[in-house]
Design a binder for this molecule. Structure first.
Ligand SMILES: Cc1ncc(COP(=O)(O)O)c(C=O)c1O
Length: 291
């Protein structure tokens, strides 16, 4: 049988497994513990955070580790809604988003938020004139995925971010199908919130994260995005995601980020498609029917 479903999930890279093994066996300590075992686990988490920050071109303190993209998306959208509702209760997204985004938006609609679901054109791209027309003074968030999980269509992220910022809204992108496959620079693209999952780029399942802008990169961007946490508890991840860190998962995701073959790649033009062809194993390419 040949596996043809790399948008749904990818095979764990053997080098990622090697990096994870010590933290699944001998070095099993809690990264929050202050004894030497815990300190060593925490050091490994720091290395992984830097590997991810290098991939996304952000600062390490702008990353929050989660159980995957679904949780990151929930934190980003619900956290923004709660924090910025004094400013407005309108969100703009796109009909072709992943269910993780659409279901969160529907949940918020039941709680008094208004969501505009923009259509796409026959080529799968958002019409920027539709976006301009949808933006309002009470729009707090525009959420548009970077690359589509079924069609691979790449949206014009920079232009969308600029329009969102001109309207005074934050810009979030579900980059689950882009991270590890396309070069990403959160500053150049004007991104305030970005979500990802390790298992889409040869890392382990059950680990992902959220980039949350904490500094101004250029005029017109908010200095710092403030989110309300979803999970409360031990105050991990600067209080934004309590819960004992998944050290093996984080280490594996960091290694997968380091190995991602995007350093010299160029982002395809908007309207191009993401290839999930593996450059590291023989798993064949297939762009459709993904999760
Ligand atoms: C575009 C997109 N967003 C979000 C998700 C959710 O990711 P996860 O199931 O890892 O939380 C997926 C994958 O299923 C996806 O392809």
């Amino acid at each position: 049988m040949i596996y043809l479903d790399n948008n749904a999930t990818t095979r764990l890279d053997p080098r990622v497994l090697d990096a994870m093994m010590p933290f699944l066996t001998d070095n099993f300590a809690n990264a929050a513990s202050t004894h030497p075992f815990g300190v060593s686990a925490n050091e490994a988490v720091k290395v992984a955070r830097q590997q991810l920050a290098d991939l996304l071109r952000c600062e390490t303190h702008e990353l929050v580790f989660t159980s995957g993209a679904t949780e990151a998306i929930n934190l980003a959208i619900k956290g923004t809604a709660e924090s910025y509702q004094h400013k407005g209760k309108h969100i703009v997204t796109v009909q072709t988003e992943h269910k993780a985004v659409l279901d969160v938006c529907q949940y918020l609609e039941k709680r008094g938020f208004e969501v505009t679901y923009l259509p796409v054109q026959p080529d799968g791209l958002l019409d920027l004139n539709d976006l301009k027309a949808a933006l309002r003074p009470d729009t707090i968030l525009v959420s548009v995925m970077w690359a589509n999980n079924e069609t691979g269509v790449i949206q014009p992220i920079e232009q969308i971010a600029q329009l969102a910022h001109e309207a005074g809204a934050l810009f979030m992108t579900d980059a689950t199908q882009a991270v590890g496959k396309l070069p990403i620079d959160v500053d150049t693209s004007g991104i305030d919130l970005l979500t990802f999952s390790a298992h889409k780029f040869y890392g382990p399942k059950g680990i992902g994260g959220l980039f949350i802008r904490q500094r101004r990169s250029r005029a017109g961007l908010p200095n710092k995005v403030k989110l309300e946490a979803l999970l409360h508890g031990g105050g991990h991840e600067r209080g934004l995601r309590s819960g004992t860190l998944n050290v093996p998962g984080i280490v594996g995701m960091g290694k997968a980020a380091e190995l991602a073959p995007v350093a010299d790649a160029k982002a395809g033009p908007p309207g191009g498609r993401v290839s999930t062809r593996s450059t590291r194993n023989s798993t064949p390419y297939h762009s459709g029917n993904a999760d």
